[in-house]
Design a protein around this ligand. Structure first.
Ligand SMILES: Cc1cc2nc3c(=O)[nH]c(=O)nc-3n(C[C@H](O)[C@H](O)[C@H](O)COP(=O)(O)OP(=O)(O)OC[C@H]3O[C@@H](n4cnc5c(N)ncnc54)[C@H](O)[C@@H]3O)c2cc1C
Length: 564
């Protein structure tokens, strides 16, 4: 960093402070920003344009026990059963009891859920004992995010910074409180102060080669929080969705669970309906069971299981119903030459949802004062070892609503003017090397920490990932992410610098979450929920504990949780 101070940050058109910063503009971040008391000046930060997170892609819907034939008690039981002994009972109670209020609030804002006559229409999804999934065709997430975004843009106390990348957390060296973030924005790195920071950065599916997640899901919040010393929980638990479109050249577009809920069959290349050979609930068994059934069936029946797929046959569903319920799936399949009325869709499992994350309490507080986490980046305890379908959008909303009661200790200052370095931003072939690691990592993770895991393979992967982490963290680009002092801003001359630095930062984040996931997976010598070990295929009662990590300290938490 050969540079010289040139100008003060206040002249750079980047706000220097907010009362509260929300990082992430998915369902969790948007709803949080709306729930925060409007006396606070809120900065809502999104590394991309708005509406690019997983929330926008959610298809199936949002679970809520609001039908008279249903009850929060039944929703509680289903959630706990799928979480295989690791759900936090209090968190789940809180989720299911507050579901109705969240739906009410969405309806008031104008989210147009599908109706059957006057009543809200509800679908049955896997492992739910009642039809309780509200939907807006098969673009439920878009309907919710679109409405929340419009509301956010109307609010004078919320300033949206899109295309702004949170690089690191800013802790007060004396108190250890979180007092802001460093931000890569408009070719500069700025330090932005806040009395509270809320991480709502979503999941980390991009760490795997096969994923349903959007490009922004690089686990940034978990990586930032870990580097700042926050406690993380249950990072080995990742849910693999059984049915992502599998066609050469096509993205791993999710074929929603709701399709099986409506009656589609899973068949192999011979046309055999095989799911009942693996579980009595067949296609509607929990996701991990169906994913493993596909994986095992392909291993048994095909020469190269990695290269092939099974099929989802929608023909048992009435055509009119398919048309009404799945217009988006019909259209995307059509784009890839598949007529769902006439032929089955080629599908295979893909990484979908990260149950683990930053450990939080019922008020979304992390172990660092002033730092909060919500949505997929948090581990609130509601999902345990596996997530019940359509509970995650609900979790985003129910927990974000808690922020209406947030208390903050102001640490804002009246006038700030940090010195700023002027840099060229030219990192030459280092960037090619970073890009090549970024390309190799997801394949390694898919092979070693995907649907089936084992000790030797996990350990080999840890060694490889650690070697990449060591190599890349010595690069100059990494210094802006890992070691830039909070007394220093930076401005870059080259227009390419911002994109390159973002690639470097995301790659470092992916490497850190890969390391944490692999270590956690190697440590848990049993199979449970989304974590399956071929060398320890049974669920072990002594492992009914959470894995926690802070820095390089790992431990398990005694179970204040439900028993199997
Ligand atoms: C294809 C698909 C279908 C799904 N279907 C359903 C469903 O039907 N029902 C259900 O309940 N769940 C579903 N899920 C899961 C659910 O959508 C997600 O768990 C949930 O939307 C996560 O919301 P979020 O707000 O935490 O994160 P996201 O919606 O992913 O938003 C993350 C935000 O953080 C921003 N961000 C990330 N890192 C940074 C950074 N460093 N700096 C600044 N900004 C950053 C991103 O730009 C984005 O705005 C689905 C997921 C996928 C991928």
């Amino acid at each position: 960093m050969n540079a010289f101070p040139s100008q003060s940050l206040s002249s750079l058109d980047i706000p220097t402070q907010f009362d509260i910063i929300v990082v992430g503009a998915g369902a969790a971040g948007l709803y949080a920003a709306l729930c925060l008391p409007d006396r606070f000046q809120v900065g809502l930060i999104s590394k991309d344009t708005l509406q690019t997170g997983a929330s926008d892609w959610a298809q199936g819907g949002i679970a809520a026990a609001i039908d008279p034939s249903d009850s929060p008690g039944l929703h509680f039981e289903d959630t706990i059963r799928v979480g295989v002994g690791l759900c936090d009972q209090e968190a789940v109670q809180f989720l299911v009891k507050n579901a109705a209020a969240s739906i009410e609030s969405l309806l008031e804002m104008g989210v147009a859920f599908d109706r059957k006559g006057e009543k809200l229409a509800m679908t049955l999804e896997a492992a739910h004992s009642r039809p309780r999934v509200l939907h807006a065709a098969d673009t439920t997430g878009r309907a919710i995010v679109g409405t929340l975004t419009a509301k956010v843009l109307e609010r004078p106390n919320i300033q949206v910074l899109s295309g702004a990348f949170a690089l690191s957390l800013w802790l007060n060296p004396q108190t250890g409180h979180c007092q802001g973030i460093s931000l890569l924005y408009r070719g500069q790195i700025a330090w932005v102060r806040a009395s509270a920071v809320i991480l709502a950065t979503g999941g980390g599916g991009q760490v795997f080669a096969q994923t349903t997640n959007p490009a922004v899901s690089t686990g940034d919040g978990v990586a930032l929080a870990w580097r700042a010393g926050a406690i993380l929980r249950d990072l080995e638990f990742f849910q693999f969705h059984p049915t992502a479109l599998t066609k050469p050249g096509a993205p791993h577009f999710l074929i929603s669970e709701a399709v099986r809920g409506e009656g589609a069959h899973l068949i192999d290349s011979q046309g055999n309906r095989f799911a009942f050979d693996y579980h009595p609930a067949g296609e509607l068994a929990p996701r991990d069971v169906v994913s493993r059934a596909i994986f095992t069936h392909l291993q048994k029946t095909t020469a190269d299981p990695a290269d092939t797929c099974v099929y989802l046959d929608l023909r048992p569903i009435e055509s009119e119903r398919i048309r009404r319920r799945f217009p988006n799936i019909i259209q995307v399949c059509q784009q890839w030459g598949i007529d769902v009325f006439d032929q089955p869709i080629p599908v295979a499992p893909a990484a979908h949802y990260w149950m683990g994350g930053i450990a939080t309490d019922s008020m979304n507080r992390t172990s660092i004062r002033g730092l909060y986490a919500i949505g997929e980046t948090a581990s609130t305890g509601v999902h345990g070892a596996n997530r019940l379908a359509s509970n995650s959008l609900l979790e985003c909303l129910v927990f974000a609503a808690q922020l209406s009661g947030i208390e903050i200790e102001s640490n804002l200052v009246s006038e700030e003017s940090l010195p700023v370095l002027r840099e060229k931003g030219d990192w030459g072939d280092r960037i090619d090397r970073i890009a090549s690691v970024r390309q190799s990592l997801p394949s390694l993770m898919w092979q070693s920490a995907g649907i089936c895991r084992s000790q030797a393979v996990l350990e080999e992967a840890i060694a490889q990932v650690n070697s990449w982490r060591g190599e890349l963290s010595a690069f100059e680009t990494a210094q802006y992410v890992l070691n830039l002092p909070p007394t220093q801003g930076v401005t870059f001359d080259l227009p390419t610098a911002e994109q390159q630095l973002r690639t470097a930062a995301e790659t470092l984040n992916l490497l850190d979450i890969a390391y944490l996931m692999l270590k956690s997976a190697a440590w848990r010598t049993e199979s449970r929920g989304g974590h399956y070990r071929t060398d320890y295929p049974q669920t072990a009662p002594n492992w009914q504990v959470h894995t926690l990590v802070q820095g390089d300290r790992w431990w398990t938490s005694p179970s204040s949780f439900v028993s199997d």
